[in-house]
Design a protein around this ligand. Structure first.
Ligand code: ADP
Ligand code: MG
Length: 246
């Protein structure tokens, strides 16, 4: 569903992604693990082109864009690819001036120009899926972090993206609230939602990921089925990283 081929990304002379290639199969949950600063967020942001790689190819579903230094990429191509993705951020980033329902409807009415009634029906379905029906008319500021993140997940799913990108979806939450969010993500995983999730929470990764990619200093050290990477890592660096955090 997602293929990244040889992605290079630098910020000034900080060479953050060094020829990263990964594949995220349809219906899988791929956890992107690695130390803080290893490039996880940058890699996720390259998938939906919030960051533009200097070179390499990004493909999501049937839409691919190849980057090269100096090449101009059309805005339409970027938007087409971005619309295949939904993103969930560490700090939720709900629209504070919209209710819970309004947050989930927003992209449907403004970007997709759906009639209000249809958008509301879709939004209510999604709020039910994440267990937030009772809070449809609440303001984000009145919700717990776990509730805000569940709304953010519903909002990301509203336009039916092909993949859900999650950047540290539980790391701003205390364990009990994180558990609510993990439960929602686990249910989505069981429903076959394709996800790419950056996390340094190995327990979260072990709970819901089918595949794991271990990134170190912008290089993929090891990638494979979660069972294998966690229990029989092929690389010494992976073994070390996992042992420090468990
Ligand atoms: P991780 O998510 O694994 O902690 P990041 O992708 O956030 O890693 O960061 C990797 C490196 O890229 C860090 O050195 C960080 O300072 C740098 N970086 C990330 N985003 C930017 C940016 N927008 N501008 C400059 N440097 C950035
Ligand atoms: Mg990060």
């Amino acid at each position: 569903m997602i293929t990244l081929d040889n992605i290079e990304k630098s910020f000034g002379d900080n060479h953050v992604l060094r020829g990263v290639s990964i594949a995220v199969p349809e219906g899988s949950v791929t956890a992107l693990i690695g130390a803080s600063g290893s490039g996880k967020s940058t890699l996720l942001r390259c998938v939906n082109l919030l960051e533009i790689p200097q070179s390499g190819t990004v493909r999501v579903d049937d839409t691919a864009i190849s980057f090269a230094p100096g090449a101009r990429i059309g805005r339409d191509a970027i938007l087409a690819l971005r619309r295949k993705t939904g993103m969930v951020f560490q700090n939720f980033q709900l629209f504070p001036h919209l209710t819970v329902l309004g947050n989930v409807m927003e992209s449907l009415t403004t970007v997709l120009k759906w009639p209000r009634e249809r958008a509301e029906a879709r939004a209510r379905d999604l709020l039910e899926k994440v267990g937030m029906t009772a809070k449809a008319d609440a303001w984000p500021s009145s919700l717990s972090g776990g509730q805000q993140q569940r709304v953010a997940i519903a909002r990301a799913l509203a336009p039916s993206p092909r993949v859900l990108l999650c950047d540290e979806p539980t790391s701003a939450l205390d364990p009990q609230l994180a558990a609510e969010v993990v439960e929602v993500l686990a249910q989505l995983a069981r429903d076959g939602t394709t996800m790419l999730m950056a996390t340094h929470d190995l327990r979260l990764a072990a709970t819901i990921a089918s595949n794991v990619v271990f990134l170190q200093a912008g290089t993929v050290i090891e990638a494979g089925p979660a069972q294998q990477v966690f229990h029989k890592p092929a690389q010494e660096q992976t073994r070390k990283f996992i042992s420090v955090l468990t």
